[in-house]
Write a new protein. Structure first.
Length: 70
């Protein structure tokens, strides 16, 4: 029986020729240098490793301030 491998160690080209649009792949600057990678970025990286053409749209929009609590 073959030894199971981690899926990110050896890409199989499962997404070769596919286009992937990932919303939410950006990262906001933070104070913690050890902050984990977000889900969107992780999906974008793994899809690219599998051979997909990946697009991650980005826009700069101001954050909406929180409504004051009564």
């Amino acid at each position: 029986m073959p030894k199971p491998r981690h899926p990110a160690t050896r890409p199989d080209g499962l997404l070769t020729g596919r286009n992937v649009l990932v919303i939410g792949a950006g990262t906001r600057p933070g104070d913690d240098p050890r902050a984990p990678v977000g889900n969107g970025r992780a999906v974008a990286v793994l899809a690219a490793r599998e051979g997909a053409s990946v697009a991650c749209p980005w826009s700069v929009t101001p954050r909406i301030p929180a409504s004051p609590r009564p």
